[in-house]
Design a protein around this ligand. Structure first.
Ligand SMILES: Cc1cc2nc3c(=O)[nH]c(=O)nc-3n(C[C@H](O)[C@H](O)[C@H](O)COP(=O)(O)OP(=O)(O)OC[C@H]3O[C@@H](n4cnc5c(N)ncnc54)[C@H](O)[C@@H]3O)c2cc1C
Length: 517
């Protein structure tokens, strides 16, 4: 066991793979393991949002994902009689990140893209068919013990460890961390079908439908190009064994005119949708992330998205820790920031679930009447599309920080493209009043340089779609400091704005005493 990895990641799901890729791109050596040899094949996520698209963008995976995603169309909620309760045109919605609001896909397709990228990354060792059985940490690092499928014992040593090992996380249980139950539980059968030989299924692929029928709440959505997803809620007294079989899946699909004549039943599974959050996300050199740290019913389509956000939030902190630049406070801020954000999404999904999963006909009728009246009055539908802020973490409220920062198309030196491609990502200073890095004091410049920061003047020529002008107007500021996970560290105005923002990082970052002297 002479080799010491910078980071060991337990779990090759989307959270683990995204974390591994971000760390390797920052120059760190990563071991990532999974007990399964193959990618998990069952139906899970079908939608990811603009933040995930932005992270995939900086990983250079936008093109690899392009043929695997579809754009959503209209999202409707209907009652049992097909009456409209609410409608949202997702195709029209713009996002703050400069990508489409939402992308429809199949999770195993995305995991293959991430896995392929990890396999060819020289700094990542992907170890599949290896189950972690224990971890132990000391002052210098973490030792993971495990067992290969052949039964052979394996021992890995790393400076840091991330438990991205899903809902039943081994890492979480070794740390003795309990889950706070956020109070929702419902069983659903999830079925993916593929139209046969060019057959058109009765429902248009772009229409997303929430059928609020108390006799069987049902969700019908695209599962990415060429695939359609049905989700059926289990009724009271319906055993999971009875529900989780092909025969039952076909019976439930039949009323939707989907049969073995026109469709292939690709896969099915029964899940218990629940909301929960881990009490603690860090213990010394060990972190948990993704489903290991939070569980959500899928009604807002946010479990995997939250895992990607954890990956982005953790990767830059571990990057600084591995460079000897992260304070304890910075490492601890991962939990306090991400927990508040993840909790907001879980509560949003539970709120949606409580409206959708109504089995009592009288309660359903009351809900329908309320929603129809609200729609007639032009009131907002049940919240779908919140933009939560991070928890306090790095004292983010001081400079309006904690919200997702704007991203958009820019023109720079003859290049036209997303800011992250044209200018770069990482710690980013932007201003509409000239290059903000020019006004940094020696001390602030030393911190910013040590962080490998990039700075840009987003005046009207560069800001060709006025994204930054509108954003600065909303912030009431002219200069902003954006973090590598695309969250705003802070915004300010005036000649010392950039200096003020960079110096506010100082309590969290250790820069060598001679820098800037
Ligand atoms: C029906 C359904 C629909 C969903 N829809 C959406 C959606 O539309 N949008 C969205 O954002 N999210 C959605 N989700 C949630 C999404 O699927 C999960 O949040 C996501 O898979 C979590 O990723 P993860 O990497 O954290 O965990 P996982 O994907 O669970 O990966 C954990 C990995 O760790 C491995 N592992 C576990 N223990 C060990 C061990 N001891 N040793 C080695 N390896 C181990 C496992 O084999 C697994 O590969 C949905 C989920 C379901 C069930």
């Amino acid at each position: 066991m002479s080799k010491v990895y910078d980071v060991i990641i337990n779990g090759c799901g989307p959270t683990g793979l995204a974390t591994a890729l971000l760390l390797a791109r920052a120059g760190h050596m990563v071991a990532i393991l999974d007990r399964h040899e193959a990618i998990y094949p069952l139906p899970r996520a079908i939608a990811y949002d603009h933040e995930v698209a932005r992270i995939l963008g900086v990983l250079g995976l936008t093109d690899a994902m392009a043929p695997l995603v579809a754009t959503p169309g209209v999202y409707q909620w209907q009652n049992q009689n097909g009456e409209l309760l609410f409608e949202l045109n997702w195709g029209d919605a713009a996002s703050v990140s400069g990508y489409a609001t939402s992308y429809l896909f199949s999770q195993p397709d995305m995991e293959k893209v991430l896995n392929d990228a990890a396999q060819v990354e020289p700094l990542i060792e992907v170890m599949r068919g290896l189950e972690a059985t224990g971890i132990a940490q000391d002052a210098e690092g973490v030792t993971l013990t495990g067992r290969q499928l052949s039964g052979e014992a394996v021992c890995l040593r790393g400076r840091w460890l991330v438990g991205a090992d899903g809902a039943n996380s081994l890492v979480r249980s070794v740390l003795g961390v309990s889950l706070e139950d956020l109070g929702f539980r419902a069983d659903w059968l999830v079925v993916d079908v593929i139209p046969k030989d060019g057959a058109r299924l009765p429902l248009d692929n772009n229409l997303m439908l929430q059928v609020c029928d108390p006799a069987r709440p049902t969700t019908i959505v695209s599962g990415g190009p060429g695939r359609r997803r049905w989700e059926f809620m289990a009724l009271e007294g319906e055993t999971l064994e009875k529900l989780n079989c092909e025969e039952r899946a076909w019976e439930l699909l039949k009323p939707w005119k989907v049969t073995s004549e026109n469709a292939i039943l690709e896969r099915h599974a029964v899940y218990t949708f629940r909301g929960a959050i881990a009490e603690k996300w860090r213990d010394g050199r060990v972190f948990i992330a993704g489903d290991a740290a939070h569980l959500t019913p899928p009604f807002a389509g946010q479990g995997l998205c939250a895992g990607f956000r954890d990956a982005a939030a953790l990767a830059w902190r571990l990057d600084l820790a591995l460079k000897g630049m992260a304070s304890e406070g910075l490492l601890d801020s991962f939990e306090s920031e991400r927990k508040a954000h993840a909790r907001a999404w879980v509560m949003n999904a539970i709120e949606l679930g409580n409206v959708i999963c109504v089995l009592d006909p009288a309660a359903a009728a009351a809900r329908d009447a309320g929603m129809k009246a609200a729609r007639a009055a032009g009131e907002a539908p049940p919240s779908s599309g919140i933009l939560p802020r991070l928890g306090t973490g790095m004292n983010l409220t001081n400079h309006h920080g904690g919200a997702l920062a704007a991203g958009g198309k820019v023109n720079l030196g003859g290049k036209h493209g997303h800011f992250d491609d044209a200018v770069g990502s990482g710690f980013v200073l932007v201003s509409r009043l000239g290059d903000p890095a020019r006004s940094l004091s020696r001390q602030a410049a030393a911190i910013f340089d040590a962080l490998g920061g990039v700075s840009a003047d987003v005046g009207p020529v560069v800001d060709c779609t006025s994204v930054y002008a509108r954003w600065f107007d909303e912030l009431g500021a002219d200069t902003a400091l954006i973090r590598p996970d695309f969250y705003l560290f802070g915004a300010a105005s005036g000649p010392n704005a950039a200096d003020e923002l960079v110096m506010a990082l100082a309590p969290y970052i250790t820069v060598s005493a001679t820098a800037g002297a």
